[in-house]
Design a protein around this ligand. Structure first.
Ligand SMILES: Cc1cc2nc3c(=O)[nH]c(=O)nc-3n(C[C@H](O)[C@H](O)[C@H](O)COP(=O)(O)OP(=O)(O)OC[C@H]3O[C@@H](n4cnc5c(N)ncnc54)[C@H](O)[C@@H]3O)c2cc1C
Length: 375
């Protein structure tokens, strides 16, 4: 594969970069630490990106895109990452839910939900994990019993990011308890304002704007027209949703690794030999991640199920943790008083959990890439 930038990629990147610098406040980079938490700016960025066609660049105009080719679209994503564009305030809405609606939604569901989630008018949560079913997603127990033209749902979800601020959620439920574990699951569109839904934010130990929640479902009625994909085919929706999530995560990891590397470089003069070697490794990891991302995309464009794709989540999240660990070590005692650094380091710890833990990623690589027997 030729990784040199094409004319088209260069042109698109320059266009987007110009648009972004016109959009951002003049002091954005000087005050990035503050702007990073500025919800109003982040919301405005999402809306402006949608309107300008930079939000989902490969999609058509009406869905926040410019119908760009996949390589050009990836170039925009990486450019936006490199320039530290404001983080979308409800990132799973745009990155996971919207692709799911496009792949599996009926025309009515798309008509109702797609534009509001893309514009950021309505936020979404992902209702997958349960107290006894995280890595073992197929073990979920939240039950939906059909009663005429609705389901009656009972159960509990946990770690549901931003559920308390979300208008809707993709809710994975068991609709056929007699089918094999993977087959009896459906994905329902849950209106979070439905009677019987109780959302309890979980207190966080660090500052963050992405609060986890527990969501309790007591006799919640959901119309059967709210199934996303077919009944009992929720596994397919979930796997596709996880692919979108991991596709989003490696780019986010790459940004955070690059930022961590810059943080270490700021103290370049004080690094000992061992730290310099570590810094080199992290820089190499960041480049390897970006190249593996491109290789994954080109394999999938050739119609292959990209084996590289399975590596991205593990490589990205583990390198991210090591990078911020290095940044904290290099900062030494000063780092203890640096709240922003402490936040980054703690935040990085979560990266090997969300979107599938490192152990689970290793199992996937073992089975699907290396062809090892199932454990
Ligand atoms: C920041 C963040 C945001 C999240 N947001 C959401 C969200 O919006 N919606 C949602 O539904 N969930 C969300 N989650 C939950 C996340 O998907 C789960 O934490 C993850 O799937 C792991 O499940 P668990 O926490 O139940 O751990 P468990 O599955 O109980 O795992 C515990 C430990 O056992 C290991 N383990 C488990 N199974 C195996 C195996 N087969 N082989 C080897 N080791 C194994 C794991 O790697 C882990 O170390 C979020 C998590 C984080 C950290």
């Amino acid at each position: 594969m030729d990784l040199r930038e094409t004319e088209e990629q260069r042109a698109v990147r320059a266009d987007y970069a110009q648009w972004l610098s016109d959009f951002l406040p003049a002091d954005y980079y000087d005050k990035y630490a503050d702007y990073r938490w500025d919800y109003e700016l982040r919301k405005a960025y999402q809306l402006a990106s949608f309107e300008a066609g930079w939000l989902q660049p490969a999609w058509p105009r009406e869905h926040g895109g410019r119908a760009l080719g996949p390589l050009e679209a990836l170039t925009v994503r990486l450019e936006s990452a490199m320039r530290a564009a404001p983080k979308l305030p409800n990132i799973q809405g745009v990155g996971v839910v919207a692709p799911g609606l496009r792949s599996f939604g009926t025309s009515e569901q798309q008509e109702r939900h797609l534009v509001p989630v893309l514009r950021g008018d309505e936020w979404w949560a992902l209702g997958m994990s349960e107290p006894g079913a995280g890595s073992d997603f197929a073990g979920l127990r939240t039950r939906a019993v059909r009663d005429g033209d609705r389901y009656v749902v009972n159960g509990q979800k946990i770690w549901t990011t931003q559920a308390h601020e979300s208008r809707f959620a993709t809710l994975y439920v068991r609709t056929d308890p007699d089918a094999p574990k993977h087959r009896g699951i459906s994905c329902l569109i849950l209106d979070m304002e439905s009677p019987g839904v109780t959302t309890r934010p979980i207190r966080m130990a660090t500052i963050t704007d992405e609060t986890f929640c527990e969501v309790f479902l007591d006799d919640v009625e959901i119309p059967v027209t709210s199934v996303l994909g077919a009944e009992n085919e929720g596994w397919k929706v979930a796997m596709s949703s996880l692919d979108h999530e991991r596709d989003m995560i490696w780019v986010m990891n790459w940004v955070e690794i690059s930022r961590g590397v810059r943080e270490v470089q700021k103290r370049g003069d004080s690094l000992d030999d061992h730290q310099l070697v570590e810094l080199g490794r992290r820089m190499a990891d960041a480049e390897a991640l970006r190249m593996t991302g491109y290789r994954s995309l080109t394999s999938s464009l050739r119609g292959d199920r990209s084996k590289e794709f399975f590596i991205l989540k593990l490589l990205g999240s583990e390198s991210l943790q090591r990078t911020w660990e290095l940044a904290a070590t290099v900062a030494g005692a000063d780092g203890l008083a640096d709240g922003a650094l402490a936040f980054e380091r703690h935040d990085a710890l979560a990266a090997t959990l969300y979107g599938g833990t490192s152990e689970v990623q290793r199992n996937i690589i073992g089975e699907r890439v290396l062809g090892l027997p199932k454990g």
